[in-house]
Ligand binder design. Structure first.
Ligand code: GTP
Length: 597
């Protein structure tokens, strides 16, 4: 145990975590140079393209320190996005130390800070690293000051580095050995291990990654996952290198994997405790949470015949992503589809993308919304509303609650004004304002999650010219004056376009959505009125004028091939269209609320 070091990396997106991790693997000969693929730790295509480490993994390195002793270093990778913050918290809880990577040209960002707080809460030793020192725009003094102020270290504790040139890599490895505590724990106690991640393998089933806190796990043990109460045999256990290396036992302090023929991702919960049935540990590992989806949207096959195929695809995705939930729903406008729950907006995009790439499914997505609670008179339990069109008749609802978050925004002082007005427009309440340095400020707002789901990110980026970073944490439900805004096309309400909005914004929003729909829905052979309504009351109206000319009219007579091409083009454009009543609606229109100016 004296020679084990468990650490993770905390960094804001793009500050160079994967590149630096690769350098550590290379320097310790964990991967040979010739095998070196960029960013060895991200293995899904999408991850590589997006450059975001979505699923945390772990990898073990051997390192001989200058004192001549051999050490085992376990790097536990953490996802770098707010949607996955619970997973981050469990990875952090599996470590004794963290590398805090800060881009020397960018400085500290919101994600860095919130994960740093998590690490400090878990008493991790923080090794600050000033990365990308090779960049001409690096500002080592200023960023070092920020770090020193933030974590209260000495300037000389900050290691200048570059994942690109290799600067500082040796110093980092030394610091890991010298500054991070070896694991504690009792090797003779009953097994107590914490699951910090799991992956699905189509041949082996679910592979769970854990950190042994006390005792040891042996191949063949009958083990129990305490929170799910499921029992399995430890068919294969081992440690994680570039590949999985089977072992007979994994001991206190170490990080390993277990394969036990589990087929469903939802049986393996991050944060759960593994123990043996023969000699169970008395305590579960603290901090376990059942993660719940935060954002919901309807997913409908473009081609109505593909409903069953969509179900099969979602089921397959769920096998390796337990945080995806879905249930069948039907919409007057869109027919049969599924209401899906996601951890956040990025998670939703990932699922959409995977459906298209891995399953070749083209889907129509409805506007995402959060989960509301509608309290009805004489009923103790609120009705959970994951789809605005399912809100009970407003006259029968006492009040509605929606989820709120603490939003942390870090920006340059010159953009405070714009960021404040954006957050206030999004019903935010300023809770705190701290200057991190002379021209960097951290703002904390309490605001409804539902407003973030709309176009918040984009607006924040544009009002701060990209100089704002953002992170959030849910803080529970609060009562809000919400009403259902319906949209009618040609006099018919289109359920997939309904949204729950705050009463104070309803008129403004109704007007904007009508305008946007007018822009997005192509003109057709007849006039189409677009109306926004609250209950029976129409609050806004626009009209799409009828189309006068046939598109093919301009190809006078003879030119058949040109005519065919045009028709072909029209047909392609139709791919993501939906006929609602007698109106054709393109996919973009279903997301119109997200695109308002
Ligand atoms: P996420 O996985 O999205 O969190 O990003 P990351 O923090 O892992 O960053 P990644 O290693 O993917 O690097 C982000 C970008 O910065 C890439 O374009 C890298 O090539 C570049 N980069 C990483 N390290 C360095 C460095 O030391 N110097 C310079 N100049 N560029 C770097």
């Amino acid at each position: 145990m004296k020679h084990i070091r468990n650490f993770c990396i905390i960094a804001h997106i793009d500050h160079g975590k994967s590149t630096l991790a690769d350098r550590l693997l290379q320097t310790t000969n964990t991967i040979a140079d010739r095998d070196m693929k960029n960013q060895a730790l991200d293995d899904m295509d999408i991850e590589r393209e997006r450059g975001i480490t979505i699923k945390s993994h772990a990898i073990q390195m051997d390192y001989t320190h200058s004192d001549g002793e051999k050490y085992v270093l376990n790097l536990i990778d953490t996802p770098g996005h707010v949607d996955f913050s619970y997973e981050v918290s469990r990875s952090i809880a599996a470590c004794e130390g963290a590398l805090l990577i800060v881009d020397a040209a960018q400085g500290i960002e919101a994600q860095t800070i919130s994960n740093l707080y998590l690490a400090l809460e878990n008493d991790l030793e923080i090794i600050p690293i000033l990365n990308k020192m090779d960049l001409p725009g690096a500002q080592p003094e200023e960023v070092t000051d920020q770090i020193v102020e933030l974590i209260g270290c000495r300037p000389e504790d900050v290691i200048p580095a570059s994942g690109k040139t290799g600067l500082g890599v040796q110093a980092i490895l030394n610091a890991i050995v010298e500054r991070i505590e070896p694991p504690k724990g009792n090797p003779d106690a009953p097994l107590q291990a914490m699951i910090f991640d799991s992956v699905f393998n189509s041949f082996r089933g679910i592979i769970a990654y854990y950190r042994v806190l006390n005792g040891k796990i042996k191949k063949g043990d009958r083990v129990k996952f305490v929170n799910t109460k499921k029992e399995y045999y430890a068919d294969e256990i081992g440690i994680l290198r570039m590949t999985m290396e089977p072992r007979k036992e994994v001991l206190t302090g170490d990080v390993g994997y277990i394969i036990s023929g589990i087929k469903k991702a939802n049986e393996v919960k991050v944060g759960d405790t593994i123990t043996t049935t023969a000699n169970p540990c008395l305590d579960v590992v603290q901090g376990f949470e059942d993660v719940k989806p935060m954002v919901f949207a309807g997913l409908y096959p473009v081609d109505t015949d593909e409903y069953e195929e969509l179900r099969a695809s979602l089921e397959k995705l769920q096998l390796n992503d337990a945080s995806l939930v879905f249930e069948p729903e039907s919409s007057m406008a869109l027919g049969f589809g599924f209401r899906c729950g996601f951890l956040g907006m990025l998670h939703m995009e990932i699922i959409q993308e995977r459906l298209e790439r891995e399953f070749d499914m083209t889907v129509i997505t409805t506007v995402p919304n959060v989960s509301y609670k509608a309290y009805l008179p004489k009923e103790n339990e609120p009705k959970i509303v994951n789809n605005p069109s399912e809100l009970p008749d407003p006259s029968k609802v006492d009040y509605i609650e929606e989820p709120f978050i603490n939003a942390q925004i870090i920006t340059k002082s010159e953009y405070i004004g714009q960021v404040m007005s954006l957050c206030i427009e999004k019903r935010g309440n300023l809770k705190n304002q701290v200057y991190l340095t002379q021209n960097r400020v951290e703002l904390t707002f309490e605001m409804p999650l539902g407003e973030i789901v709309f176009d918040f990110y984009d607006k924040l980026k544009s009002c701060s010219r990209g100089y704002a970073s953002f992170d959030y944490h849910p803080i529970g439900y609060q009562q809000s004056d919400l009403i259902k805004l319906d949209l009618l096309l040609n006099g018919d309400p289109v359920d997939a376009l309904s949204a729950l909005v705050h009463r104070s914004n309803a008129y403004e929003l109704g007007k904007k959505i009508c305008l946007k729909l007018k822009e997005l829905i192509p003109r057709q052979q007849f006039e189409i009125p677009i109306q926004a309504a609250i209950g029976a009351k129409v609050i806004a109206r626009e009209t799409i004028k009828a189309l006068r000319k046939d598109v093919t009219a301009k190809c006078y007579g003879g030119d058949i091939s040109r005519k065919r091409k045009l028709l072909e083009k029209q047909k392609k454009g139709k791919k993501r269209m939906r006929q609602v009543g007698n109106v054709e609606i393109p996919q973009e229109a279903f997301l119109a609320v997200l695109k308002l100016d």
